[in-house]
Design a protein around this ligand. Structure first.
Ligand SMILES: [Fe+2]
Ligand SMILES: [Fe+2]
Length: 505
């Protein structure tokens, strides 16, 4: 063995993934994990044409999985001052271990160029682990090269990343998730939002410690809830990631396996029901972000990425009234253009919605348009559910001939406690907001082709849904529509108007 060979105890980098900073044109972070503590973890980085001239020491962050007692080591190297619209190469290095390489491209500055991004939720992992309690499918693997083939600037992950919270092997589940995705996520930012299955009771106050530890996301100004919500600017789009467990009524993070096996669960008062956990902090942040975006002369589009949905006709989980009460009035007031979600494992999209259907105690969003192919988001917010990333073992149970479709809404929860999951209380509504849905194709993702415009011009986002059958790596375009909006001549958003909503009876 030569002197420079890696000693057996040198822990090699693995599970690489890239994230944008708050300014996608100039800031990024590379994150990774290791099976044990790394020696001098660092990033070497440079423009592809100029070599890896910059070295950044990585920050180590660890957590201990409450279920198994395993310690997880993660590393994060944030870089600033990058050149816009530029491809960078990097190597992740530990002393004594082989470097691992990746690349990424920064966003174009402002309105200088268009780009593509992609999105799905509810991916899971390609093969079962442990007792097989969490979902898995071949498509959780196949969707990754399908994303790569489209070469997006970045990818949005609409929550329910890997369902570690219901697995007997949560750490191995996270590792399988990142190992599966590194083919893409090491070469372009995968920007996540936390879904109900990211809340692992016992791992931190709301169960998000694994999620918070494993990602390096733009700062939201909150020490307690760092990573739970954040925003970044990419071109003239502001992307806002929200954590809907804070506002949803549904008891979505409950895990009977963790209840029965996390040491101390019974004695410690652990409770997976976290509705309202931020005490309004997230909502106040959201309103500040939206107001800031609408004052800015640089932001033309606001895209919200979240997990649980405001509308759905799949008759799976259903929409959550909490989202309608807490978020939709703000989306209306500040003109959010597009909302991406998951949670229901199908594909569905709305007309632009603004305000509430007259007399609706369910706060049913009112459709502001009837053309399903061309929509003007000046009239309202278009919602897209793309929950077919890979966990779609469930299949949508609404009948295909249910037209006009019927929406399902969770309006509250029944009796339960931290030992017994609270059952949802549900109601139905005519889904006049539904512009298109696909209940037949179990897996898929959406791509978004953004064309910027200068003030006075018309900017657009063309959305394509790519679907695949179980076990197929062949993702084919199944639906396409265009969002357009004409930009004012230089003035910030002029359409802000508060829509008064009555609380449900
Ligand atoms: Fe899910
Ligand atoms: Fe979910």
């Amino acid at each position: 063995m030569s002197a420079i060979s890696a000693p057996a105890q040198a822990h090699a980098p693995e599970q690489l993934h890239v994230q944008f900073g708050a300014d996608a044109a100039t800031q990024a972070a590379v994150s990774w994990a290791a099976p044990g503590p790394a020696r001098r973890p660092r990033l070497r980085l440079g423009r592809l044409s100029a070599g890896l001239g910059t070295e950044v020491l990585a920050q180590e962050r660890t957590y201990t999985e409450a279920l198994t007692g395993e310690r997880v080591w993660t590393y994060h190297a944030a870089v600033d001052g990058l050149r816009p619209d530029t491809r960078y190469g990097y190597q992740v290095r530990h002393d004594g271990a082989e470097p691992v390489a990746g690349t990424f491209r920064t966003a174009p500055a402002g309105r200088s160029a268009g780009f593509r991004f992609t999105s799905f939720g509810d991916q899971a992992i390609p093969a079962p682990l442990g007792l097989g309690l969490g979902p898995s499918s071949p498509n959780a693997g196949h969707v990754v090269p399908a994303i790569e083939r489209l070469d997006p600037l970045f990818h949005l992950v609409n929550g329910d990343l890997c369902y570690a919270n219901i697995s007997d092997q949560p750490v191995a589940t996270w590792a399988a998730y990142f190992a599966n995705n590194a083919r893409s996520a090491a070469n372009r930012p995968w920007m996540p939002t936390a879904g109900n299955h990211e809340s692992e009771v016992g791992n931190g106050p709301q169960g998000y410690l694994a999620y918070q530890t494993r990602f390096e996301l733009p700062d939201n100004g909150s020490a307690r809830f760092r990573g739970n919500w954040y925003s970044f600017t990419v071109g003239s789009i502001l992307v806002i990631a929200l954590n809907n467990d804070d506002v949803c009524y549904q008891d979505g993070a409950f895990s009977s396996y963790r209840r029965d096996h996390v040491p101390g669960y019974a004695a410690s008062g652990l409770d997976p029901y976290i509705s309202g956990y931020s005490g309004g902090e997230q909502r106040r942040w959201l309103e500040r972000e939206l107001a800031r975006a609408r004052r800015s002369v640089h932001i033309d589009w606001i895209v919200v990425c979240m997990h649980q949905v405001a509308m759905s006709s799949a008759r799976f989980n259903g929409a959550d009234l909490g989202i309608r009460e807490q978020w939709l009035p703000l989306f209306d007031a500040y003109g959010v253009d597009l909302v991406l979600a998951g949670h229901d494992h199908h594909y569905e999209r709305s007309f632009p919605v603004r305000g509430v259907e007259p007399g609706s105690s369910l706060l049913t969003p009112a459709a502001r348009g009837s053309d399903p192919d061309e929509m003007d988001t000046s009239n309202g917010t278009v919602h897209v559910i793309a929950g077919g990333g890979g966990s779609s073992s469930f299949f949508a149970s609404a009948p295909d001939d249910d037209l006009p479709p019927e929406g399902k809404v969770i309006t509250g929860v029944g009796a339960g406690d931290r030992q017994r999951q609270r059952p949802p209380i549900v109601a139905t509504e005519p889904a006049r907001w539904s512009a298109y849905r696909d209940l037949r194709t179990p897996y898929g993702f959406a791509s978004f082709d953004f064309v910027p415009a200068e003030p006075g011009g018309t900017t657009s986002i063309t959305v394509t849904y790519h679907g695949a059958e179980l076990g197929s790596a062949d993702y084919v375009p199944l639906d396409r529509f265009v969002l357009r909006k004409r930009l004012g001549s230089g003035s910030p958003y002029a359409g802000a108007h508060l829509v008064h909503r009555h609380a449900p009876a």
